[in-house]
Design a protein around this ligand. Structure first.
Ligand SMILES: [Zn+2]
Length: 298
């Protein structure tokens, strides 16, 4: 079994794996991948795809530390001795995957949080990425800082295309999930405006080439403002703990928090919005009777 590569020009392509994997080809059939799929199985299929196409993998650029993006990197490095790149700040989690469930849970994670979706097999990172031009063998690309979804997410710009990773999501995905994961709302908004200003074609991790980037960026900006407003309205005049508010918003929006990972991913997204609402002066907090409570700013 192998994947299909969708080529966008002579050297830029991508695979729907189903999380997008970018394929960047140099003249002599060397390739760099942008992200590596969910796990060993995806990586194995990827290996087969590259073999079938006569492509020689020299490096993987991981855009951020989420398992569906970097889960295949350890296997590819072990099998092909390719170099592994990741942005500074994300590289630390690729090397120490325990940090992922640790920070989501907010302390020593229960075993139900130490699952492959949240914790990859660790991989040693050979190069830490900073924004700017990067040359790997004969391929020159540009690394963009796209923080917000995760604190140090990076994008990859080649020719007219930007692999925008999880900076923005499709209308279908927003329809399915109320809590679309972001770690920082203000930075997400800045990143979306930055992507819009570059006027390039965007390739999303979920999923593939975006037909109308400006329209989708604006849709994401509207959804973010709308989500912040719903959370603010649900807090109302109350003083509520994070978990009380999470239940209230989830009940209202028909969100089904079915297991520990979905609960803590939604909880962290809620906290990102609450931090944002606090920083723009709409809400505050108090600690009362040993409880941390969010409240509207008078
Ligand atoms: Zn992600």
């Amino acid at each position: 079994m192998s994947f299909n590569i969708r080529w966008l020009n002579s050297r830029v392509g991508y695979i729907d794996a189903p999380t997008t994997i970018g394929v960047l080809k140099s003249d002599n059939s060397q390739v760099i991948l942008v992200d590596s799929g969910l796990n060993k199985e995806a990586a194995r299929k990827l290996l087969k795809t590259l073999e079938n196409e006569g492509l020689n993998l020299v490096a993987v650029i991981n855009t951020h530390s989420h398992a569906d993006h970097c889960g295949g990197s350890a296997f590819l490095k072990e099998r092909l001795k390719c170099r592994i790149f990741a942005p500074s700040g994300e590289a630390e989690i690729l090397e120490n995957p325990y940090w992922e469930p640790f920070y989501l849970f907010g302390g020593s994670p229960i075993k139900e949080m130490q699952v492959s979706f949240l914790m990859t097999q660790g991989v040693k990172v050979d190069g830490r990425l900073e924004p700017g031009k990067l040359r790997i063998n004969s391929l020159e690309i540009e690394i963009l800082a796209l923080p917000g979804h995760t604190p140090h997410q990076a994008g990859v710009m080649v020719d007219d295309f930007i692999f925008a990773s999880d900076s923005l999501f499709t209308e279908e995905l927003w329809e399915k999930h109320f809590f679309v994961y972001f770690s920082n709302i203000e930075k997400t908004i800045q990143t979306l405006n930055f992507l819009k200003s570059l006027k390039k074609k965007l390739i999303l991790s979920h999923r593939g080439l975006c037909e109308d980037p400006v329209k989708l960026v604006e849709f994401n900006l509207r959804k973010i403002e709308e989500t912040a407003d719903i959370i603010y309205q649900e807090l109302g005049e109350n003083a509520l703990s994070t978990d009380e508010l999470l239940k209230k918003v989830s009940d209202k929006k028909g969100v089904n928090l079915k297991d520990a990972p979905s609960y803590f991913l939604a909880r962290q997204t809620l906290i990102s919005y609450l931090s944002y609402l606090k920083e723009i002066g709409k809400i505050g907090f108090k600690i009362e009777d040993n409880a941390f409570l969010w409240m509207p700013q008078k």
